[in-house]
Design a protein around this ligand. Structure first.
Ligand code: ADP
Ligand code: TRP
Length: 376
């Protein structure tokens, strides 16, 4: 964006819009010569313009999102995306899913479900570049370059690979290179955008640390070109219990799908494990059903339920009440989800717009990288 364009944009926009991620992305990308001018036009000091965060995270499309994904990942990310003027990137990691999903129809369906879920849950695509990884070819070119700065030993130590070889007793013949190289592709996802912060669950911490190592190895040879990202562990989010008492997870098959029909939701709620205590007996608020209720209920509703647990209540009544609050939160989202699934062309357009924004940013990083390695 040229300074002239910015001036025109500012003249036509209220101040509040100027902190949106697209504007911030421009300031990160502007030439050093223009930075001071651009910063002042955005009511920032030049120094402030350098400390803008770029937050990026990816979602693997491997199955229908469940209530655990909603409270543990989707709701917090939607709430945080693009706030406080950060540049924000959120993408569907469809190439990452290829390590396990080998059926085209299935992959397409999962991508659709994920994309529609995030939009239905209120992701603001004006503040976040929302795209499919496969639409940003720069990522894959960067991955190829980065693999030359990645010691094989580093990947030997990656949890997913180690787990297959050490714990599942499989030999290298049974490990596909997509899985082995997974951390390199993930590093490219992150490093292609000058990402400063990567919010992920604990299980992904090592992957971000590998991205840091790769960036440092590249910079050690070529100078300060890649931004070394910080990992942001989301440990303040609740772990949602599943129907059988373990953590809700697709791999345990104990999930409550986020977007099943209202009738199905009711029958899932009926399956949440309880105990054989009588309605007159007091109950522990450590029970999973209370933990799930807490996620959907208002503070007042929670107090009432806590009191009922103290004095005694029938599980049937608790489940009815849980269904009521869950349905209250999910029904409006379900309606939007169904709309997007039925009008997927609108979603595709959003994803392409996101890919264009993301691609523009990635191209700038890749140009520097290509130039540094001598491929230009
Ligand atoms: P699954 O275990 O069902 O395969 P994923 O590993 O695909 O779920 O997780 C996607 C996101 O949802 C991650 O950010 C993860 O931390 C979050 N998540 C998954 N299950 C839960 C849960 N039971 N409680 C809270 N967050 C969860
Ligand atoms: N590996 C992540 C997961 O399984 C998904 C992912 C791919 C990702 N690329 C990323 C997350 C980049 C953060 C940043 O959940």
């Amino acid at each position: 964006m040229t300074v002239l364009y910015l001036v025109k944009y500012i003249a036509a926009s209220p101040r509040s819009q100027l902190t949106s991620s697209t504007r911030i992305m421009e300031i990160i990308n502007c030439s050093p010569r223009d930075r001071a001018t651009v910063a002042s036009l955005l009511w920032m000091t030049e120094k402030e313009s350098y400390i803008v965060k770029t937050v990026l995270t990816g979602i693997k499309p491997t199955g229908v999102p469940h209530v655990g994904n909603y409270f543990g990942a989707i709701k917090p990310a939607v709430g945080a995306a693009g706030t406080s003027g950060d540049a924000s990137f959120l993408f569907i990691a469809d190439y990452h899913a290829l390590t396990t999903v080998k059926n085209a129809k299935e992959l397409k369906q999962h991508v659709r479900e994920i994309a529609c879920t995030w939009l239905a849950c209120g992701l603001d695509v004006n503040k976040t570049a929302f795209y499919c990884q496969s639409s940003v070819s720069e990522i894959f070119e960067l991955a190829t370059i980065l693999s030359n700065y990645t010691p094989k030993g580093l990947l030997n130590r990656a949890h997913a690979y180690k787990d297959i070889v050490q714990n599942k007793g499989k030999g290298d013949e049974e490990v596909n290179m997509g899985l082995f190289n997974y951390p390199v592709l993930m590093a490219a996802d992150i490093l292609a955008f000058g990402t400063t912060h990567v919010p992920v669950g604990k299980d992904q911490k090592q992957h971000v640390e590998i991205a840091q190592s790769i960036a440092r190895a590249f910079n050690a040879v070529h100078g300060d070109i890649l931004t070394v990202p910080a990992v942001q562990i989301k440990d303040d989010v609740a772990v949602v219990p599943g129907l059988d008492g373990r953590k809700m997870s697709k791999s345990y098959g104990n999930q409550i799908p986020l977007f099943c029909s209202s009738k199905e939701l009711e029958s899932y709620v009926k399956k949440v494990v309880t105990d054989s205590s009588l309605p007159t007996e007091p109950k522990s608020i450590d029970m999973d059903i209370f933990k799930i209720y807490k996620l959907f209920a208002t503070k007042e509703e929670l107090k009432v339920m806590e009191q009922k647990f103290k004095t005694g209540v029938g599980w049937g009544d608790v489940k009815k009440e849980l269904f009521r609050v869950a349905e209250r939160e999910i029904a409006p989202l379900r309606e939007k989800y169904e709309y997007y699934m039925a009008n997927y062309n609108e979603v595709e357009k959003v994803l392409l717009d996101g890919a264009e924004k993301a691609g523009g940013r990635a191209k700038k990083v890749l140009d520097k990288v290509r130039c540094a390695v001598g491929v230009i």
